[in-house]
Design a protein around this ligand. Structure first.
Ligand code: 13P
Ligand code: ZN
Length: 273
């Protein structure tokens, strides 16, 4: 291994940044992404880490992430530049033994710090690590146009967003059967929104921030990116339907529930009550 850039997971991280930017979800520096590295990935590239940077307070405690390493986008860094100059735009950060601080061990070679939403990312990682027995490793945040547009139109309620998007196409019930969490407008970049998001992400794999963006989580890039794609595609359909004067017919509750049986997915029925 010549550098962390040769790690397959690093290549996937970089490619995902590029595709997200091309999709228009991550304008300029908008949105951010973090991946909790596997031990074998850390071991393969640890020789390239430097441990001389100071620890910085996270602003909250994530005890179950103590000692873990994260690949994370830099705050204010443009997504379109990640593939060209990865060492300048992303970094690997290590959490200290108390779970209260982090330090940069690789990357951001021309200065900078991890995303301003790092506290939300880390709390989400902490919750998902516990809830999935360590399976979930990815947190993505983006600003997809249609999903955000809907937060100006629909009531900011999980039941409403989940049902409205489930109705758009069967794929939605397969990809996010647990539904969608929705938060009202809150100030971003701090711990208050981190705690509020962390609470919702325990139940939902996706949390929509009103008038701002979306957080998705998953075990890998395909899953976390796949939810973002599916939610945003359904949101685009709904925006078009609303723009054409609204629904004249749609899927019934029983038809949505029937998908559950046929495809062995566990749709949260309480969201259809
Ligand atoms: P960062 O550039 O700090 O990641 O912020 C972008 C963003 O989307 C804030 O919510
Ligand atoms: Zn954002």
């Amino acid at each position: 291994m010549k550098s962390p850039l040769e790690l397959r997971v690093m290549q996937e991280f970089i490619e995902t940044c590029t595709i997200s930017w091309q999709k228009g979800w991550n304008e300029r520096n908008g949105g951010n992404m973090s991946y909790r590295m596997k031990d074998e990935e850390v071991d393969a590239v640890k020789q390239f880490f430097s441990f001389d940077k100071p620890f910085v307070k996270i602003g909250l405690k994530v005890q179950n992430l103590a000692g873990e390493f994260f690949i994370v986008t830099g705050s204010g860094k443009c997504y379109k530049n990640v593939a060209k100059y990865p060492e300048d735009n992303i970094c690997i950060a290590q959490i200290d033994e108390t779970g209260e601080s982090y330090r940069i061990v690789w990357g951001l070679v021309n200065g900078g710090k991890p995303t301003s939403e790092f506290s939300t990312h880390l709390l989400n990682h902490s919750v998902k690590k516990e809830a999935t027995d360590g399976k979930f490793r990815l947190i993505m945040h983006a600003h997809p146009v249609n999903t955000v547009a809907l937060t100006f139109i629909l009531p900011l309620d999980s039941k409403v967003f989940s049902r409205e998007l489930w109705e758009m196409m069967p794929e939605c019930a397969f990809v996010f059967p647990e539904g969608l969490g929705v938060l009202p407008w809150m100030l971003c970049g701090g711990t208050e929104i981190a705690y509020a998001t962390g609470e919702l992400i325990r139940r939902f794999n996706t949390v929509i921030w009103a008038h701002h963006g979306v957080f998705t989580s998953g075990p890998d890039f395909d899953e976390a990116f796949g939810i973002m794609e599916t939610v945003e595609k359904a949101a685009e359909m709904l925006v078009k339907v609303i723009s054409c004067g609204g629904k004249r017919q749609t899927m019934k509750k029983e038809q949505i529930l029937a998908l559950s049986e046929n495809y062995d997915v566990n749709i949260d029925k309480t969201l259809l009550e």
